[in-house]
Design a protein around this ligand. Structure first.
Ligand SMILES: N[C@@H](CCC(=O)N[C@@H](CS)C(=O)NCC(=O)O)C(=O)O
Length: 218
């Protein structure tokens, strides 16, 4: 396999793919392309012009969820999709919840606290941050708190694609100094720390911190 991932490391969806590759022990080339003003050549690979795209030789797979299925097929161990039908469906559902609603909230905080001042050279919009922290995210945090059992992971007994997707959504929150209030959501706060302590996330989050520090210093 000659794998290549295209997309800036701070993207939650690029981080998701790189965390899967790390869990599966797969080597890859990384092109940290920003999805801004993308070339016609890139649009032939991803007609929406988004990141990530995975290339495996001449095979081209856009979209983090499609990529997750491809990687599970070519490198089945460690498995990230549960074999039990109910757990598998739950894992795919939590992946979708994380990729859509939870990233929407955490990425707003990231955009206004990090991208706005450091990359777009404007003040962050405090009203948007407040709305994300006080209205958008809490119902999802309540839902996750209710759905975390004793296994340590969000679905069944094993680490799965659902944990990867939540891990990257919360990494986007962490880089923006977002914290889950442990007094209100104790299981969720401990869970997020547990996911982020995995070597796959630890390394990527150190890279995120480096990119943020470089932008702040530049
Ligand atoms: N569902 C897609 C979402 C990808 C996505 O929205 N990526 C963002 C970066 S975080 C992007 O490329 N945005 C550029 C654009 O929308 O033009 C996935 O899972 O890969």
């Amino acid at each position: 396999m000659a794998l290549k991932v295209t997309g800036v490391g701070l993207s939650p969806y690029v981080r998701k793919v790189r965390a899967i590759l790390a869990e599966k022990g797969l080597e890859y080339e990384h092109d940290p392309m920003l999805p801004l003003g993308v070339s016609d050549d890139y649009k032939r690979k991803h007609p929406m012009g988004k990141v990530p795209v995975l290339e495996d030789g001449d095979r081209v797979i856009p979209d983090s969820s499609a990529i997750a299925h491809y990687l599970e097929g070519v490198q089945p161990t460690p498995a990230l999709f549960p074999s039990d039908p109910y757990e598998r469906a739950r894992a795919i559902w939590i992946e979708e919840l994380a990729d859509s609603a939870i990233v929407a909230g955490t990425a707003t905080v990231f955009q206004e606290r990090v991208l706005a001042p450091l990359f777009f050279k404007r003040d962050g919009d405090e009203a948007k941050i407040k709305e994300a922290l006080e209205e958008t995210l809490p119902p999802y945090f309540d839902y996750l708190e209710r759905n975390l059992g004793d296994s340590g992971w969000i679905v069944g007994n094993d680490y799965s694609i659902a944990d990867v997707a939540l891990g990257t959504a919360f990494a986007t929150f962490a880089i923006a100094e977002g914290k889950v209030d442990a007094a209100r959501w104790p299981k969720l706060a401990a869970y997020v720390e547990r996911v982020h302590a995995r070597p796959s996330f630890k390394k990527l989050m150190e890279e995120d911190a480096g990119a943020k520090a470089a932008a702040a210093g530049g």
